[in-house]
Design a protein around this ligand. Sequence first.
Ligand SMILES: [Zn+2]
Ligand SMILES: [Zn+2]
Length: 252
Amino acid sequence: MKLTFLGTGTGIPQTRAQSGLIMEVITGGQKKPLLFDCGCGILQRLYESGYDHRDIDTIFLTHLHLDHVSDLLGLLKANWLVGLTGTHIYGPVGTEEWFDKLMVLYPYLSDRLDVQITELTGGTVLMVDDCIIRTAPGIHSVTTIGYRVECAGRIAVYTGDTEPCYSLTELAQGAHVLVHECAFPLGFEVENHTTPDMFAKHISKHPLNVERLYLTHLYPHMQGHEQEAIDYIRKVFPGEVYIAEDLMQIDV
Ligand SMILES: [Zn+2]
Ligand SMILES: [Zn+2]
């Protein structure tokens, strides 16, 4: 499995694009990119990454905040422009209603797209393209789910936006890679997101058995505090800790 961070930022403009991640899996002997979240800037990053938008027909949404979905319609339109209309979108409860409302605003697309939507709750287990996908709920200001993807014995987990929480820690146990949000720096007072001290406190109580941790969804407030975040979490986490960057690729 290979991960490509398309966007590692948030709702405030900065050098990082908003949220988006590709997990490249092997299905039927072929490489296939699964897209997780599609915030503003992800369509451009997709191009820069070398992936072809025409190969994206399976998309997983953690939640429906704009920094995770802004470029989704643009991606569907890009594929329609080259004659590809079939897309399967997995997302939390509410995804279907949200998409139907978008289609009311863009009836010309509604007639041309063939979008299948599957709504998932935390605790779902399903097979997608030879991968076992498991979900768990996060703690955020809206309904949100994290994803565990297991393919050919390799496991990656993506949290989306969340406070550190037991359900996602459990989802991640035994994973080779965990991509966890870390929106704000050490000591920042916040709810619904994660800071290094919130994360360290949580895994002190719920030890995390993961090989590598990648921190993403960084607000501009994190600039200059990246190494501090790594050092703080390393005090209580025995695995490797990295700050994700746009267009960074890692093998899982
Ligand atoms: Zn959010
Ligand atoms: Zn977000």
